[in-house]
Write a protein that binds this ligand. Structure first.
Ligand SMILES: [Zn+2]
Length: 129
């Protein structure tokens, strides 16, 4: 796909990207990075899901996802409040591999939720692309 053909971003995508930048400065996120610092190796972190993972890049993850698979996107207020949590205890520092694993599980759950109709709760077969 050429650059010209690239789909224009929706307002939602633009706002999510901006919130992602703001997230980098959120104090509880910084507290998690501090908490995960390797005791002796400067610039390295210890993964909280598997402490044998010692990494240079730490992802700060929400233990409870900001968008719960069972609920989906509700509103901006709801999303912002659940993303910008006040307490670092609600967050965990993960290595990229553990974070990917967790996201994969959550996305599968989301996909599963989408295939169920809201009113009847019956499952319909949806073809994935
Ligand atoms: Zn890990």
């Amino acid at each position: 796909m050429s650059k010209k053909e690239k789909k224009q971003r929706t307002l939602k995508q633009i706002l999510l990207a901006a919130l992602g930048k703001a997230w980098l400065f959120w104090p509880p996120r910084l507290a998690v990075k501090k908490r995960c610092k390797h005791p002796t190796r400067a610039g390295w972190y210890v993964c909280e899901m598997n402490p044998t993972h010692i990494v240079e890049k730490l992802d700060v993850d929400h233990i409870i996802p900001c968008i719960k698979p069972s609920e989906g996107f509700i509103s901006w207020d709801h999303y912002i409040n659940s993303r910008f949590v006040a307490d670092a205890k609600l967050l965990q520092g993960l290595c990229t591999a553990c974070h990917k694993e967790k996201s994969k599980r959550e996305n599968q759950e989301r996909k599963l939720q989408r295939t169920q109709t809201k009113d009847t709760g019956t499952t319909i077969i949806v073809q994935n692309d």
